[in-house]
Write a protein that binds this ligand. Structure first.
Ligand code: GDP
Length: 648
């Protein structure tokens, strides 16, 4: 029987990657460690191995093989090629560049910027932050503020230069019923590291297996969860994807979906051809044929895809599969830096009795410690506790070690990227969240009643919340009207209902369906979820307060005189003026324009700049430039009075 690279490696004690390198450098074609070695190759290797200055041995001294080895056929090359389009949103760029790279018309963009008070000609340079905001506003893919941050963070994860080896992270995907759970269970039961055996008290969404003393981390989220993880960002979490295909069923829709996702992210794929105990050889061949149609040409057919026949139920071939994963990870050079800023992904998130919000996490870099501040997609927090798979509280955790963490301010979503940040960044993120939610909430109080959708974890909490709303409604200026109250996750239909009825959704101790969260963001529906009842009640109290109408009066803030008028093509007419007294205020600033004794017009300040920079206000004595809604007929010497609305 022909011998494979990894088998030769075992026999000779030379790492597989060195064997592959040496053969490739000498003109042989060796797609991977599962490749069968021809007699000629074996002769060559034997000769090398016997020679004193064996090149094969020297290769082992090279630290970073990627620089010196042509890994053309290896998927790891793809990992370096991060899609460029994503990166565009992480840098500052001009208005014209932004329009070029998106479908947003320059007009739309400029008008939007004007509304924000920014006078921006085409070559105006948009800050990084503004690019994120714009992308968010125009609903451009990859541009969600958080996603953008995430991509950046993800890029830096892949770019992190380290010298410390880390364990490969493996995800198992494939069609439903093809045996993913059975495989994960079999590996866990038979191979979980000795020290942990019987000691796993924590389900962490991942577990560690030792192969030849090296750890491999399996993401233990079978079925839909794993699939959705990979669908969203699982590809960045995992280094290797095991595509489970039942040989008796063949390539099915979710197999195809998995293949697409795996390919899109350049994750290395290994096929586990499952259920060989019950599949006929004709079925096995047919399945391989279908795999070939999806560009996964099995290696024994001359392709590069490693296909390992297994029976997850009986355990046949599982050891081979682990061996292949181990070898694959060895040639992938998975290095990390434990001193870098810790970054990881949420594998699961739930509310536990007595512990509150708990998320399980796998980090790729850095050392996560108790007390670390972090942001994680839309939420943030500070690490309060870290619990390993044996249920032991630890003070810190290294890369590729699954851990349960508490300290989240709100529930994070599965697949979200967690990044350790400074206390300042944490505070900023938190405040922004508060602002975001409350500004959305204010929009809902302008109708006759304040409408609310309630979702809570059980009957009694629902009743408690409804009781409180009834009580508050009596003292609230506008009645609080509950349009729907239910138990369980916030779904798309809740969001649709809230949208139609202009309601705010309040959740207690429940999750938000991911799609629903996206819809809510798109439609501008506010969702507020709490896991502490008094916080929710406080929130409702605030809402009742907001219902009160506040009588407002105009207060004069300052006066300016127009010195120059600029007609900027594509932007509009800008008044250049000097503030003579008081100050000009952008936020809520209204103006009255006088020409001699007569009023020439009025409007709201659309933009306010000083020294070409957008500012919030300009004090007396300084020059400034501004634009006013519905007024562009400026002439020099116009007198402009600035007002803002204040409560009476
Ligand atoms: P999943 O949906 O992909 O997680 O699939 P499961 O692991 O739940 O497996 C679906 C069914 O296939 C179960 O009834 C398993 O017992 C069965 N199954 C899984 N692997 C094998 C196998 O290797 N051989 C046989 N005969 N049955 C298997």
């Amino acid at each position: 029987m022909a011998i494979r690279v990894y088998e030769y490696s075992k026999k000779s004690g030379v790492p597989s990657k060195n064997i592959i390198t040496l053969l490739e450098e000498n003109g042989f074609i060796v797609p991977n460690h599962m490749t069968h070695l021809s007699d000629e190759m074996i002769d060559f290797l034997n000769k090398q191995n016997n020679s004193k200055d064996a090149a094969i041995k020297n290769l082992g001294n090279k630290k970073n093989t990627r620089n010196s080895i042509n890994f053309k056929k290896n998927n790891s090359d793809k990992e370096i090629e991060t899609p460029l389009k994503k990166e565009l949103f992480h840098t500052s760029m001009t208005v014209a560049q932004f329009c070029d790279t998106t479908d947003v018309s320059a007009n739309d963009l400029i008008v939007y910027l004007l509304k924000k008070g920014i006078v921006a000609p085409k070559n105006y340079v948009l800050s990084e932050k503004l690019v994120e905001d714009l992308a968010h506003h125009f609903n451009i893919q990859f541009s969600e503020k958080i996603v953008a941050q995430q991509s950046e963070a993800e890029r830096s994860i892949s770019a992190v230069k380290g010298t410390e080896k880390r364990a490969p992270i493996v995800v198992i995907v494939g069609h439903v019923d093809h045996g993913k759970t059975t495989l994960l269970d079999y590996i866990r039961k038979t191979r979980v590291a000795e020290k942990e055996k019987g000691g796993i008290t924590q389900h962490l969404g991942a577990y560690e297996v030792l192969v030849d003393k090296d750890p491999i981390v399996f993401l233990d989220t079978p079925g839909h969860e794993a699939f959705s993880l990979i669908r969203v960002r699982g590809l960045k979490v995992a280094d290797i994807a095991i595509l489970v295909v039942a040989a008796d069923d063949g390539v099915m829709p979710q197999t195809v979906e998995s293949i697409k996702r795996i390919k899109a992210a350049g994750v290395t794929v290994i096929v586990a051809l499952n259920k060989i105990d019950k599949a006929t050889s004709a079925q096995i061949e047919a399945t391989k044929r279908s795999l070939a149609q999806y560009d996964l040409l099995p290696e024994d057919w001359g392709g590069q895809t490693v296909v390992v026949p297994i029976s997850a139920k009986l355990g046949t071939g599982v050891a081979d599969l682990l061996e292949v994963i181990h070898l694959q990870s060895q040639i992938m050079d998975l290095f990390t830096n434990t001193k870098a800023q810790a970054k990881g992904f949420v594998l699961e998130s739930k509310i536990e009795k007595g512990r509150g919000l708990v998320a399980t996490l796998i980090t790729h870099q850095g050392t996560l410690k108790i007390g670390d501040y972090f942001i994680c997609d839309l939420v943030q927090g500070r690490v309060a506790s870290l619990t390993n798979s044996q249920g032991i509280q630890v003070k810190q955790v290294l890369p590729a070690m699954p851990v349960a963490i508490t300290g989240f301010d709100m529930q994070p979503q599965v697949g979200a990227l967690l990044e350790v940040v400074s206390a300042e960044e944490y505070k900023l993120h938190k405040n922004k969240n508060v602002e975001r939610v409350s500004s959305m909430a204010t929009m809902h109080t302008t109708d006759e009643a304040v409408t609310i959708v309630i979702r809570s974890d059980n009957m009694s909490s629902k009743e408690a919340i409804l009781g409180e709303i009834e009580r508050l409604s009596k003292k609230s200026f506008k009645p609080l009207h509950v349009v729907s109250a239910g138990i369980g996750m916030i779904t798309e239909s809740d969001v649709e209902l809230a949208h139609e009825t202009h309601a705010i959704i309040y959740g207690f101790n429940i999750k938000i369906d991911k799609q629903a969260a996206r819809e809510a963001q798109k439609m501008g529906v506010a969702i507020k979820v709490h896991d502490i009842i008094y916080k929710l009640l406080e929130d409702l109290e605030l809402l009742a307060e907001q219902g009160k109408p506040v009588k407002k009066v105009l207060k004069k803030m300052g006066e300016a005189v127009v010195l120059k008028v600029f007609d900027i093509k594509g932007v509009g007419v800008v008044a250049g003026a000097q503030v003579k007294s008081g100050r000009f205020v952008k936020e809520g600033g209204k103006v009255l324009i006088y020409r001699g004794k007569y009023k020439a017009g009025e409007g709201s300040l659309k933009s306010l700049q000083r020294d070409k920079k957008t500012v919030k206000e300009v004090q007396a004595g300084f020059e400034c430039a501004f634009m006013v809604d519905n007024f562009s007929d400026w002439i020099v010497d116009d007198r402009v009075e600035c007002f803002i609305e204040v409560p009476e």
